[in-house]
Write a protein that binds this ligand. Structure first.
Ligand code: PEP
Length: 253
């Protein structure tokens, strides 16, 4: 059944790469990527979006995403970028709710619900990040934690809106730490998320939902993670900054 789901590998460059370095990385990735059924999404910092959209223009299964957007259409929000602005430079995706945005910029479920709405209104598909800190995992509360994140930020959506989303499960203790969730830990949570979505939106929507794993995915562990039945790809941080590693991960299905 899982064949019907879109397989996705998204690269979150975070706050890395000057303009020239970003162009070089994108060109290097394009050169190494031979045709793939996997949807590859590059999510560089804002300053790169226009030039990379020109580089990946018309390449099937290679799309552009931003790492954040504001919830308002426009206005006096110094330093912010709106969903419609992102669309205007060729973005089709946006990462929302990354744990770094939650931790350093105080983003909570109420704010994220507004950002998700803005993204969908303007034709951007959110990659919605969820995941628990270490103490919550150690207290065996991780599933309830993630359920609250989904309920707070997403479960106000209608089923047809929800069907535009991708969810990325990123346990905070595994991000940038070199500590990966075991394939079994990832599978347990992904299956639980799919069940939550089935309970809310029905089996069909849940079955079609792509759920990505994020947290220290590398060329040497991607295969085993992606082999899990409910793991439909990855959101890749550190390893997305090296074309060779990133493309090896893309080819790990
Ligand atoms: C991320 O920030 O989304 C991420 C998964 O980072 P890393 O791969 O570096 O752990």
């Amino acid at each position: 059944m899982s064949e019907e789901r879109l397989k996705i590998v998204a690269g979150n460059w975070k706050m890395h790469k000057t303009y020239r370095e970003g162009r070089e990385l994108a060109l290097d990735i394009v050169e190494r990527l031979t045709t793939t059924q996997t949807m590859v999404i590059l999510c560089p910092p804002f300053i790169h979006l226009k030039s990379i959209s020109t580089i990946i223009n018309d390449i099937t299964h290679l799309e552009l995403g931003a790492q954040n957007c504001h919830f308002a259409e426009q206005g006096a929000y110094t330093g912010e970028v709106s969903a419609s602005m992102l669309r205007s430079v060729g973005c089709t995706w946006v990462i929302l709710g990354h744990s770094e945005r939650r931790e350093y910029f105080g983003e909570d479920e109420a704010l994220l619900a507004k950002k998700v709405d803005a993204a969908l209104t303007h034709g951007l598909r959110p990659i919605f990040c969820c995941g628990e800190p270490l103490e919550v995992r150690e207290a065996a509360q991780h599933i309830e934690w993630v359920q609250r994140q989904l309920e707070g930020a997403l479960f106000h959506l209608e089923a047809d809106e929800f069907a535009r989303l991708v969810i990325a499960y990123e346990p905070i203790w595994a991000i940038g730490t070199g500590k990966t969730a075991t394939p079994q830990q990832a599978q347990e949570m992904h299956a639980a998320i799919r069940q939550m979505v089935a309970d809310k939106y029905g089996a069909q929507v849940a079955h079609k939902l792509s759920i990505l794993y994020g947290g220290s995915v590398k060329p040497n562990n991607a295969k085993e993670l992606f082999a899990q039945p409910d793991v439909d790809g990855g959101l890749i941080g550190g390893a997305s900054l090296r074309a060779e590693d990133f493309v090896t991960i893309v080819k790990s299905f």
